[in-house]
Design a protein around this ligand. Structure first.
Ligand code: GUN
Length: 282
């Protein structure tokens, strides 16, 4: 079975578009997301364009703030504080990675936690791990939506997460734990990665290495979630999973493109609406 993220994302975006129209009628303004990008990393530019397209589709207000690679940290923080202070802005997203001269954590911590649509601010991360209501990072939430939509059983099953990033690996492990999975987090130093992956009923791969998971590393029938988006030397987009050898073994698998990527963007829309509603009701 192919887990079609593109189709589910479209379905959810259509529903949100209607929700946004109703909210705008009720409150006299639309949810507003500001997206900030520093520099011209081609992959980041493409992601940001897709995010802006989705905000337009859903009927949000918002601004794309494009800053040159040479922007100082101080200037970036000043712009974020301006967005924090602007009452018409509900969500702020700073596209990562940032140029090397900018401290990513300082940037994340400057964003008002109530406008942190990524859920990366330490106070939102803490709330996630303490089971308190908060903004959940977009990619992990998109993965959970795909698993739920496909009725993948989770309770008591072994989930292996390959990758331990703050953006995907750590938060998806927490969400799977909340669904009563037994969770293993594997990474670049894991001894015998293949043996660990073969134990997985649910295998989530988010390491950013093209096709490192191959068919013989997957348990027959497993659900395989590929978070990777890598461009090969000849310009082809491939995941962290070798689709060709894994698809015949897996019970279900996300394609790249068209799997997790579109779901991430849809969850960004969801989080922006959530921030809007929280701010309206404050
Ligand atoms: N870069 C890669 N993924 C993400 C994400 O989910 N949010 C932000 N802000 N940057 C990213």
């Amino acid at each position: 079975m192919i887990l079609d993220g593109k189709q589910l994302a479209q379905q959810l975006k259509e529903a949100m578009r209607e929700q946004v129209a109703a909210l705008a009628k009720q409150y006299g303004r639309k949810p507003c997301l500001n997206v900030i990008i520093v520099g011209e990393n081609p992959a980041s530019m493409a992601y940001v364009q897709n995010k802006i397209k989705a905000t337009e589709y859903c009927g949000f207000d918002g601004e794309l703030i494009q800053l040159p690679e040479s922007t100082s940290q101080e200037e970036l923080l000043r712009i974020i504080r301006e967005c924090n202070a602007n009452p018409t802005v509900d969500g702020i997203l700073v596209q990562l990675p940032l140029p090397k001269h900018i401290d990513e954590q300082a940037v994340i911590e400057t964003i008002d936690p109530d406008k942190d649509v990524d859920g990366f601010h330490p106070s939102n991360v803490a709330k996630l791990w303490l089971n308190q209501p908060t903004i959940v990072p977009c990619t992990p939430m998109g993965i959970m939506a795909l698993l739920e939509h496909s009725h993948t059983p989770l309770e008591g099953r072994h989930a292996v997460v390959v990758g331990r990033s703050n953006i995907v690996g750590k938060p998806i492990a927490k969400l799977l734990l909340d669904k009563n999975c037994t969770v293993t987090i594997a990474h670049s130093r894991t001894a015998d990665l293949g043996a660990v992956c073969r134990e997985a009923d649910i295998l989530v791969v988010a390491v950013g290495r093209p096709r490192i998971i191959t068919g013989e590393m997957v348990k027959p029938g497993a659900t395989v979630i590929d978070v990777g988006i890598n461009r090969t030397d000849n310009g082809k987009l491939v995941g962290d999973v070798d689709f060709e050898s894994v698809a015949p073994v897996a019970g279900a698998i996300t394609p790249v493109p068209g799997g997790v990527g579109p779901m991430t963007i849809t969850m960004l829309m969801h989080n922006t609406i959530q921030c809007f509603q929280k701010r309206i009701n404050k």
